[in-house]
Design a protein around this ligand. Structure first.
Ligand code: NDP
Length: 245
């Protein structure tokens, strides 16, 4: 079983994706970092390089299939393979169903769910050729338990769980595992909009009594790339302080 050498990580400029890129790079994995914002990508790539890691910036919008495929091709050419895909890029456009605009439904599905489909389509030929691959999709506790105001987001995230199980079944014979991580409430830009009161209320629901750290999601992702995780596929691993069990 080859130890993984390369990873393609979407939404790697901030939050959870950034923590995953840093942790992977510290473990010697060459990482391709994507997001839509070139300036942010340059920053994470230079941070990784300053710490003796190897990183490549790939500015793409994950909802665009051709751009995704091109970026994966470039990454494979530069690093020799794409051993791991982390489909992490995500957005929220919250509103109660009655007020939710069609455009906000479409864009959240396009980025969060179609983005994962695009990523899997783009890496699969490379992984099949190598007869090895690890695909990690970042879903959410919202996709498992629902959350008022997040009809679009929770539908996309629940969709990711179904996608993970189906693709895990389709690719198992090629030695490609496909798993999802479902974070609970993690401190990132995505969650800073909550008021102090909402935050307090949320923490009350978490048995471990605190929010999660991006590094805790990154550690789970790193585990899924390890030789020790070779027999895990089609699973959704909840990292949520017990918020949903
Ligand atoms: P952030 O908002 O902090 O970061 C999101 C990242 O995705 C950024 O790098 C952003 O860069 C990138 N991104 C957004 N849209 C696109 C796009 N269309 N194409 C390419 N890149 C894009 O989010 P988090 O780190 O909090 O979330 C990461 C993942 O974890 C998401 O899938 C989210 O749903 C999930 N999650 C987060 C939780 C939390 O509590 N924070 C809880 C559960 C799940 P840019 O905008 O420059 O493109």
């Amino acid at each position: 079983m080859p130890k993984v050498k390369t990873a393609f990580i979407t939404g790697a400029s901030r939050g959870i994706g950034r923590a995953i890129a840093k942790k992977f790079a510290e473990s010697g994995i060459k990482v391709t970092c994507t997001s839509r914002t070139v300036k942010d990508l340059e920053k994470i790539v230079s941070e990784i390089e300053e710490n003796d890691g190897t990183a490549l910036a790939a500015p793409i919008d994950v909802s665009e299939m051709t751009a995704f495929e091109e970026a994966v091709k470039k990454s494979a050419e530069k690093f020799g393979s794409v051993d791991v895909l982390v489909n992490n890029a995500g957005i929220v456009k919250d509103n109660l169903l009655l007020r939710m605009k069609e455009g906000d439904w479409d864009s959240v599905i396009d980025v969060n769910l179609k983005g994962c489909f695009n990523g899997i389509k783009a890496v699969t030929p490379h992984m099949m050729k190598n007869r090895f691959g690890r695909i990690i999709n970042i879903t959410s506790v919202s996709g498992m338990m629902g959350n008022p105001g997040q009809a679009n987001y929770s539908a996309a995230k629940a969709g990711i769980i179904g996608l993970t199980k189906t693709v895990a079944r389709e690719l198992a014979s090629r030695n490609i595992t496909v798993n999802a991580i479902a974070p609970g409430y993690i401190d990132t830009d995505m969650t800073t909009d909550l008021s102090d009161k909402m935050r307090e209320e949320m923490i009350k629901q978490i048995p471990l009594g605190r929010t999660g750290k991006t590094e805790e999601i990154a550690a789970t992702a790193l585990f899924l790339t390890s030789d020790e995780a070779a027999y895990i596929t089609g699973q959704t691993i909840a990292v949520n302080g017990g918020l949903y069990m």
